[in-house]
Design a protein around this ligand. Structure first.
Ligand SMILES: [Ca+2]
Ligand SMILES: [Ca+2]
Ligand SMILES: [Ca+2]
Length: 217
């Protein structure tokens, strides 16, 4: 499909453009405030694509050179961008491996979030798991930062992706050393029946309480 300009607006929250490649000849994609749009096939443009308006654009396939002038761009774990320019006041989330999501040059004058680093610390750790679990437990609003397995919903698959794939460990590994053993049991033992606890305190299921349900994982 070839269009001169793609404008995604309306009262619904989510749009998914799926199927064949999309050619945007003027190179502008507008996604209005409050709207999340996902393009699951490749975007092709003879011009640099410019993302405008405050909504969220989620690229699941490949994209040419992209400039983010407003809002949020999410490059899914399956997505790639040629050159990427992140403008002042905008946010880009790279949910794939940072070294492979951008094929060419990356210029960042805004905020760059690497997939899974949900607390923005620059590393993946227990605090990121706690945010993911908290989001799963409490939030009804879609937030692309958490959609690590890019399917437009945040669910257990995304938590599993963070814990099993990105952190390379298992439920039960409180100290994130890659094995579930006596050190993790000690965390459970010291924190059992405490509330307000997180992953590093052996509260693995995100309910904020270290109890027998966590022992059983
Ligand atoms: Ca982090
Ligand atoms: Ca997901
Ligand atoms: Ca461990």
């Amino acid at each position: 499909m070839t269009v001169s300009l793609l404008s995604i607006r309306g009262i619904q929250d989510d749009y998914l453009l799926s199927g064949s490649s999309l050619t945007v000849t003027s190179g502008i994609i507008e996604v209005l405030d409050g709207v999340t749009a996902s393009i699951d096939a490749s975007i092709i443009s003879p011009a640099r694509i410019t993302k405008v308006d405050p909504g969220t654009l989620h690229v699941i396939g490949s994209a040419p050179d992209v400039t983010v002038n407003a809002g949020t761009l999410v490059v899914a774990s399956t997505g790639t961008v040629q050159d990427l320019t992140i403008g002042v006041g905008t946010t880009t989330v790279l949910n794939g491996a940072a070294g492979t999501a951008v094929n060419g040059n990356l210029i960042n004058n805004g905020t760059l979030v690497v997939g899974g680093d949900l607390n923005g610390s620059g590393a993946l750790e227990a605090g990121d798991i706690d945010l993911m679990m908290g989001h799963l437990a409490t939030s009804a609003d879609y937030d692309a930062h958490y959609d690590l397995v890019p399917d437009g919903v945040v669910d257990q698959l995304d938590a599993d992706d963070l814990i099993l794939s990105r952190l390379g460990t298992r439920y039960g590994d409180a100290n994130l050393d890659g094995t579930v053993d006596g050190g993790d049991f000690n965390q459970w033992s010291q924190n059992r029946f405490h509330s307000g606890t997180g992953w590093s305190h052996a509260a693995f299921n995100g309910d904020g309480v270290t109890d027998v349900r966590d022992f059983n994982v």
